[in-house]
Design a protein around this ligand. Structure first.
Ligand code: CP
Ligand code: NVA
Length: 306
């Protein structure tokens, strides 16, 4: 892997995404068969959280442990970051103790600045703009199911948020077509739309008609209507997203056997119906498990030589 950080999927080539997915499959196999894979023995990963997390925290901390290393959890409330220590100073300090930094925060620019000043790899564990680790796990899950990604139709229903941005980029780079069904005022980031326009052979379609978007889908993704940091907009969003729900009626226009992906946590009765969620629970929880394997692959590729 040429990249020395994982800040957003826009930075990765299709080959790099493939390399991560292939290693993730191998690491999953090793883990399931009790085969030791301590590629990061003695190394430490600093994990900065400025937003809540269950999956990201536990999968990174478990992952680095299984690789022979150790995770160090830093919440903004408890670290000096919460008292205003600049990110560029934090970057230079952590670089002298640790071998990698994972960060979950608000602005993408903060992650980019952290990477600029750190001399060790930086991994984006979610920003307002992107959630690359999640989408690597999603691609791994879809590839396990269909044995390929090339030529599939991926659909995203809901808010044009961090998940939408990363799904569009990750799926297009993996040879899929993408359709997004979202209200006009909640379209994905322009940077992502501009990227999609440069992709040859695969298309991004954005429509406010979710049935048009979901037609003949091989996989349908959705995510919450109000993301972390948007709590004050929740009531407005509830009104604006009414009907943008992955339910049985929507699934009926997808291909038979269409997968459903949800990064979790899910709000049943809002972006997804209880019935669709539970009938696709095996896929959704495999997706959650694959966070562990995909992130272990990212850590090995980025941290093994430093
Ligand atoms: N999907 C995801 O990132 O979950 P957490 O917010 O629990 O980390
Ligand atoms: N879009 C959601 C994803 C949570 C994993 C958020 O940013 O809160």
């Amino acid at each position: 892997m040429k990249n020395t950080d994982l800040l957003k999927l826009l930075d990765l080539s299709s080959e790099e995404i493939n390399e991560i997915l292939d290693l993730a499959d191998q690491l999953k196999y090793d883990q399931k068969h009790g085969m030791k894979h301590e590629y990061l023995a003695g190394k430490t990963l600093a994990m900065i959280f400025e937003k809540n997390s269950t999956r990201t925290r536990v999968s990174f901390e478990t992952g680095i442990y299984q690789l022979g290393g150790q995770g160090i959890f830093l919440s903004s409330a408890e670290s000096q970051l919460g008292r205003g220590e600049p990110i560029k100073d934090t970057a230079r300090v952590l670089s002298r103790y640790c071998h990698g930094i994972m960060i979950r925060t608000f602005e993408q620019s903060k992650v980019e600045e952290l990477a600029e000043y750190a001399s060790i790899p930086v991994i984006n564990g979610l920003t307002d703009f992107a959630h690359p680790c999640q989408v690597l796990a999603d691609l791994m899950t879809i590839r396990e199911h269909y044995s390929t990604l090339e030529g599939l139709k991926a659909v995203y229903i809901g808010d044009g948020n961090n998940m939408a941005n990363s799904i569009i980029v990750g799926c297009l780079k993996s040879g899929m077509d993408v359709a997004v069904g979202c209200p006009d005022a909640y379209r994905p980031d322009q940077q992502v739309i501009d990227f999609a326009a440069t992709v040859e052979g695969h298309t991004l379609t954005i429509t406010s008609d979710i049935f048009e978007a979901a037609k003949d889908a091989d996989v349908i993704f959705t995510d919450v209507w109000a993301s972390m940091g948007q709590e004050s907009e929740k009531e407005q969003r509830m009104r604006d997203f009414e009907g943008y729900c992955v339910d049985e009626k929507l699934m009926a226009v997808a291909k038979p056997g269409c997968m459903v992906m949800h990064c979790l946590p899910a709000h049943r009765g809002e972006e997804i119906s209880e019935g669709v969620f539970e009938s696709h629970a095996d896929e959704i929880f495999e997706e959650a498990e694959n966070r562990l394997h995909a992130q272990k692959a990212v850590m090995v590729l980025l941290m093994k030589d430093n």
